[in-house]
Design a protein around this ligand. Sequence first.
Ligand code: GLC
Length: 649
Amino acid sequence: MYQPNLHQHLIKKFHEAGIVQNGQDVDFAMRFSANISMIHELYSKMYGHRADAESWYNRILTTIINAFKERSEILRKLDLQKLDKGIWFLSNEVVGMSFYVDRFCGSIKNLEEKLDYFDELGINFLHLMPIMESPEEESDGGYAVSDFRNVDKKFGTIADLRSLDDKMKEKGMFLMLDIVLNHTSSQHEWAIKASEGDQKYQNYFYMYDDRSVPDGFENSMPDIFPDSSPGSFTFDKKSGKWVMTVFNHYQWDLNYTNPAVFVEMLDTIFFYANLGVDILRIDAPAFIYKAIGTTCQNLPEAHILLQLIKHCVQVATPGMALLGEAIVAPKEIMKYFGTGRFRGSECDVAYNATHMALQWDALATGDTRVMLAAQHDILQKPYGATWITYTRCHDDIGLGYEDAMIQQAGFNPFEHRMFMKNYYSGKYRDSVAKGALFGVNPKTNDARISGSLASLCGLEYAVEHKIQDLVDMSIDKILLMQAHSILLGGIPVLFYGDECGYTNDYSYLMDRAKSYDNRWMHRPIIDWKKNDKRKKKGTSEQAVFTGTKKIIEIRKKYPTFGDYNNIEWMSPHNIHIAGYIRYKEADRIFCLFNFSSKDVQITWYAFREKGCKQGMELQDLWSGTEYIVGNDNQHLDLKPYQFVILKEA
Ligand code: GLC
């Protein structure tokens, strides 16, 4: 869509900025021209009604141009290499880990020495949990940022981060950092100035003199942390105003109806891009736009803002992909990949949170029907976009999948969720899972689940009760869960500690700044002596580490495991078994997982109906066993929590 007036305007901007006509600049100029009409359209939808719309529009263009001017030669080259490679993040070779730098190894400097550890496990994509400056106590694990451009001194410096990134790039590793778009810490300079009465900065937030507007908002806004931080507004004594604080009372929501906020944050996005970030994790994007009378989540304007960001980024720093951390139902999550004309032009990556929760559902019930019922929606993802697949992360497990899916599987949604909560919080008599309820809402009975992968799989219980069979079973469950998500399609991101089977850490209860938030139970402090046990035969650390490493190796060996929307689910011949087929050209790999505690069987017809001939050989890449496809009344047997990765010979 060529629009001469917009184009001309842009050429003028290039002259003003003194951009010379060398190769990269021409590429940039062409990208800009190709995107300018969309940028203008999206901008106008958001801010076009304002008297000062044109001057803010100009500011956005200048911000994009400056971002490109400041981009290093190396990053510009990498941008072009990535563009040449096709969509780099769909590859089967990308496998990630998410971790808190301080709890993992102390500092960013120390992290350089740990790069070999990641190599050993097969990890080449690192998500450093928030490292920007955040108050010591009221920090929400770093998601309350007091300075978006300064690394918190407890982790190191910007120079350390640059040096780490250089080392990572030499090794061909990728970096993910967070941008917390939705809010700042109450200690951020903008919030402090607003609190002191500075009107300019009060306009950066939602601040009101009395409760009338806040009450209006709260009528339809659900509580995010109902037990520890109920309500969505906090009274700020200094300014005498009510401030919108959707998450914790010390996280002030930014007001994107103000274009100044958008420009500031776009510039920050580029600051991260120019640090060398490969994927930017946009924290809580579902919340960035608010309107009275709505839930203030997933609003159309939030999508417009994200699309606008995407178009700006693909002009100046195209090597940086965007991950939208929206933990919402499947129908809503699809919208974060863009809709209508903008399908495929919003976020590149999203968390497959529904599937993550459904793995936990299947593990508790031993029944895969709800998981299967959700696939129709999950499979709507556009080609070229991808998922983060995971079993655990720093957050709780939300049971946010839709009631209709539970009903379709034949269960009562209320009772089913109640069972899940009881099962994982240890209330259910027969459960070996040790977790806790998080975010309990007494009004709605909703709750989410905290707990580490190992503890939720029963390792903590088994060790406490010294029952070796249960230890072995919990390790089987851990590996089943990891294999299921690592092979599913998307970028697998492991949560640190899970590779060595860390159980819950209850020391957070002794820390005033953490005790109100039980998500800290599954955010371990790494004890490297424990991790060294990965080399000692017979330990659970060794079993979990070598098993996880092997699953990663299998994924990395076969391009079939890349994410090209190349997954097909097997028919449910046995409700305990989840089976999916990964395919690419002529290659097919059948992945089957027994989520139950029983010996189960599946008829070979399940394979024959997918085109496998009787007598055909299938090799299990996991155990090395060879199987021959039998006739309809013969079966493939699976032990409790066993999985197979069957490659057609
Ligand atoms: C995201 C983070 C979560 C944090 C919240 C508020 O959901 O993952 O840890 O509490 O945003 O920033």
